[in-house]
Design a protein around this ligand. Structure first.
Ligand code: IMP
Ligand code: MG
Length: 171
């Protein structure tokens, strides 16, 4: 079986969507905001987005793992690099919401720290694949099915570093 990549979202389209999202977030959060990067998938999105969000942002990291190849498996979260969220406005920045299981497992763990507010911004909302009732507060792109790689998205840890987003298929 061989893998093939087809360009789905190019650099210019990514830049436009991310600039638009940064402007919207700056308007919605005029004061201090803690942005949390969900590693590893959101790495590049988080980096590009937060650099456009001005001087009120502090950053934190957390790691989740929920995938094995193209199949959804278990869920693990490592919050050891996550700052104290108590009383803070917090925005989780994630690569994608697919079945919705990861986000609905992660949010209660963050809520335990009693942030003042807790919202989620995703690059891609794959609405049609949802298995639980969850809608992210902000999303740059919405589409149905294709499995994507590049710009942080991986297939078995490969392709994350590609600068644009590709649809991965097997032939
Ligand atoms: P969920 O728990 O099914 O919503 O899955 C969320 C996680 O699955 C994301 O954070 C990604 O790491 C991974 N994922 C879902 N769809 C894709 C995809 O098309 N390409 C790469 N990773 C994906
Ligand atoms: Mg992820």
């Amino acid at each position: 079986m061989s893998e093939s990549l087809k360009l789905l979202i190019g650099k210019a389209e990514l830049d436009t969507a991310i600039s638009r999202m940064a402007a919207r977030l700056k308007e919605d959060y005029p004061g201090p905001l803690t942005c949390l990067c969900v590693l590893k998938g959101a790495l590049y999105f988080f980096s590009d987005l937060t650099r456009l969000m001005g001087d009120q942002v502090t950053i934190g990291m957390l790691t989740t793992k929920s995938y094995d190849g193209t199949r959804s498996t278990g869920f693990k979260a490592d919050l050891s690099s996550c700052p104290d969220l108590k009383g803070k406005d917090v925005l989780v920045i994630e690569d994608i919401v697919d079945t919705g299981h990861s986000m609905t497992r992660l949010l209660p763990l963050l809520q335990e720290q009693q942030p003042r507010s807790l919202k989620v911004c995703v690059l891609i909302d794959k609405k049609a694949r949802r298995e639980v009732d969850y809608t992210p507060d902000y999303s740059c792109f919405t589409f149905d099915d294709p499995f994507v790689v590049g710009y942080g998205f991986d297939y078995d840890e490969r392709y994350r570093n590609l600068p644009e987003i590709y649809e991965l298929s097997f032939t």
